[in-house]
Write a protein that binds this ligand. Sequence first.
Ligand code: ADP
Ligand code: MG
Length: 349
Amino acid sequence: MAEITLKDVRKSYGTVEAIKGVSLDIDDGEFVVLVGPSGCGKSTLLRMIAGLEGITGGDILIGGRQVNDVEPAERDIAMVFQNYALYPHMTVRQNLAYGLKNRKTPSAEIDRRIAAAAKTLEIEPYLDRKPRQLSGGQRQRVAMGRAIVRQPAAFLFDEPLSNLDAKLRGQMRIEIKRLQRSLGTTSVYVTHDQMEAMTLADRLVVVSAGRIEQVGTPLELYEKPATTFVATFIGSPSMNLLHGRDASAGWSLAPDVARPNGDFTLGVRPEDLSPTLANGPAPAFEATVRVDGIELVGAESLLHGRLENGSELIFRVSGRARNAIGDALRVGASADALHMFDANGHRYG
Ligand SMILES: Nc1ncnc2c1ncn2[C@@H]1O[C@H](COP(=O)(O)OP(=O)(O)O)[C@@H](O)[C@H]1O
Ligand SMILES: [Mg+2]
């Protein structure tokens, strides 16, 4: 097992800088998720840790050893991909044994590790099948089994669940987390899915355009997003953002709410807004909206409101919404639910 350190890591493809100086410390045994939109550089970062991609600048350390120029096979890491990368002509057992045989592991030890991994992953009944005789979920388990039997210092996952349907993805997510807990192996997991990231990560690293936006626990990022990018990327539905210069257009802030001088962006999550009581105290934030969309999403409804200036405000109400399209409503949020950002999109206060 090992800690992984990135120090000002950079990557250019020709004149294009895809990774613009990333520094990160991953603890031994930690489960870190790199999350960000497609094209932000997640796979490039992971491939550089794996050694499948050279680095243009900076340093990468695994277990305290600088590995900048160390071959992938010598880095003691195992990678799990989206497309499984199983050998189609080999049985599951042979797929699991392949990497170990190459490393001249004694055959009794290979058998022992395969038996243990197959038990953990519940793939014992399929050991003599070929990959094409397996479902997507079973193939993904085999791909994970191949990583486990190596007993590497770290696992690297690149969107391993993207090819699975939503239900299976949810199940596999829980299995991966359980597996990582029980093995205690340092893991770096890449996904564009913020929900997957939130449920898996000990710590999340939000990446945007080749840079780290913020690092923190899922709760820290949810409660205190450092930028408007993180604010809208983490949480579903996204945090509502309103521009301060529009403060007159259908919404108001109590005078004692701290705000930057000049332009600002106010953020408020849909789950923190609720209809205001006609005779109750005025909340710190209040808006008048016209309902122009209603979504029933199980135990709650999402209401899409339209402010006077045309911007949208989404809010949640529990159960089935009693409102109708076209209703005018006042909604509000308390001061501790408000997120304030300066003109550059950085958290204020
Ligand atoms: N081999 C390559 N040659 C040129 N550009 C590349 C190459 N690989 C990735 N890129 C570029 O680097 C950026 C990051 O890509 P990638 O790491 O695959 O993003 P992600 O995994 O977050 O979707 C993208 O703009 C992509 O086009
Ligand atoms: Mg990718």
